[in-house]
Design a protein around this ligand. Structure first.
Ligand code: GDP
Length: 295
C-alpha cells in the first residue's frame, strides 16, 4: 500500500531520525522532502501545504529541537498529523440506530459499488444483521445481473428489479419487500455513470428522499487519486454523503485519494476494498495506515 510514498518518506526521515541535534534548517530540508513525496503521491496541494505548515509549526514550536531525541520527535509529529489527515479516529457504520439500517451506495461506474455492496452485506451479517440487497441501476442490465449473482453467492435476498422499472419506485417497494422477508439492513446499489451528471444526481436525490438512508457511502476507486476526491466533492455537495469506501487499495494506488478525501470533503473513509473477492474488505484504521506508510 502506497509503496512509493512510503519509500520517499522513509528516505526523508533517515536524514532527520538519526541526528542527535536538529536545527531549523534540517527540519525545513526534511519537510521539503515530505512535501515532494506527498505531491508525488497525488495528494491535493492545499492539503499538502496545510500538512507541512502544521508539522513545521509543531516541530519548531514545542521545544522539540531542544528535547531528547529531536529526530524521533519530529517523526512522531508527522505520524500524528498523518493519522489526522487520514481521518483521525476510526469511523465505522453506526449500527446502533433504528431498524432497518438503510445504506445507499453511490459513485461512478466501475468504482466498485456493486462489489462493495456485497462486501458490506457480508460485514453486516457478521454484525448480526439480516441484509437485503437492492439493484437500483436500471440502465445497465448487466448491473442488475451482477448484483443478483453476487447475492446468490452469499445467500442474501435481493429485490427482483428489472430495467423497465423506475429506480425510486424500486427502492420504495424494496423497503416493503425487505420487511416482509424479515431483513433489518437494506443496501441500495444505485446507478453510476462515467462522469457526474445532473440527471444522475437528481435520481440519487430522489432515492435519498424516498428512503431516508442513515448512511450514504460514496465509493471511490483509490487508483484515480485526485479525480476521486473531486468527484467525492460533487457527490457530497449534492447528497451530503456520510462516508467513503475506498476500493482497489490492493493495487498500486499512490495514496492521494486516501490522504486528501477527509480534508477536502470532511467525510471519513469507513471501509477499504482490498481485492475482487467478497471477503477482501476491511474497516479503515487511520493509525494503522499511517504506521504502514511510515514503515
Ligand atoms: P460498479 O460499476 O461501481 O458497480 O463497480 P464493480 O463493483 O462492478 O467493480 C468494477 C471492477 O472493479 C470489477 O472488476 C471488480 O471486481 C473490481 N473491484 C471492485 N473492488 C475492488 C477492490 O477492492 N480491489 C480490486 N482489485 N478490484 C476491485
Amino acid at each position: 500500500m502506497f509503496d512509493n510514498l512510503s519509500d520517499r518518506l522513509t528516505g526523508a526521515f533517515q536524514k532527520i531520525r538519526g541526528q542527535k541535534r536538529l536545527d531549523e534548517s534540517n527540519v525545513q530540508a526534511g519537510l521539503r522532502e515530505v512535501r515532494l513525496a506527498l505531491l508525488e503521491a497525488d495528494v491535493n496541494f492545499k492539503v499538502v501545504k496545510q500538512f507541512v505548515d502544521q508539522v513545521r509549526d509543531r516541530a519548531l514550536g514545542e521545544d522539540v529541537l531542544k528535547g531528547l531525541d529531536p529526530g524521533q520527535q519530529v517523526v512522531k509529529i508527522v505520524h500524528e498529523e498523518l493519522v489526522e489527515l487520514l481521518g483521525g479516529e476510526q469511523q465505522g457504520v453506526d449500527t446502533s440506530g433504528a431498524r432497518p439500517l438503510k445504506i445507499m451506495m453511490v459513485g461512478l461506474q466501475g468504482s466498485g459499488k456493486t462489489t462493495s455492496s456485497g462486501k458490506i452485506a457480508i460485514w453486516l451479517r457478521d454484525q448480526g444483521f439480516k441484509p437485503y440487497l437492492v439493484p437500483a441501476d436500471v440502465y445497465r442490465p448487466a448491473a442488475i445481473d451482477q448484483l443478483v449473482t453476487l447475492a446468490g453467492q452469499i445467500d442474501v435476498p435481493v429485490y427482483p428489479s428489472t430495467t423497465e422499472m423506475n429506480p425510486v419506485d424500486i427502492c420504495r417497494d424494496a423497503m416493503e419487500k425487505a420487511a416482509e422477508a424479515g431483513c433489518d439492513a437494506i443496501l441500495f446499489d444505485t446507478a453510476g455513470r462515467l462522469h457526474v451528471d445532473e440527471p444522475l444526481m437528481q435520481e440519487l436525490a430522489g432515492i435519498k428522499e424516498a428512503c431516508t438512508p442513515q448512511e450514504i457511502l460514496f465509493v471511490a476507486d483509490a487508483m484515480t487519486g485526485q479525480d476521486a476526491v473531486t468527484v467525492a466533492e460533487s457527490f457530497n455537495e449534492r447528497l451530503d454523503i456520510s462516508g467513503v469506501v475506498l476500493t482497489k487499495m490492493d493495487g498500486d494506488a499512490r495514496g492521494g485519494a486516501a490522504l486528501s478525501i477527509k480534508s477536502v470533503t470532511g467525510k471519513s473513509v469507513k471501509f477499504v476494498g482490498l481485492g475482487e473477492k467478497l471477503t477482501d474488505m476491511e474497516l479503515f484504521h487511520p493509525d494503522r495506515v499511517a504506521s504502514r506508510i511510515l514503515g
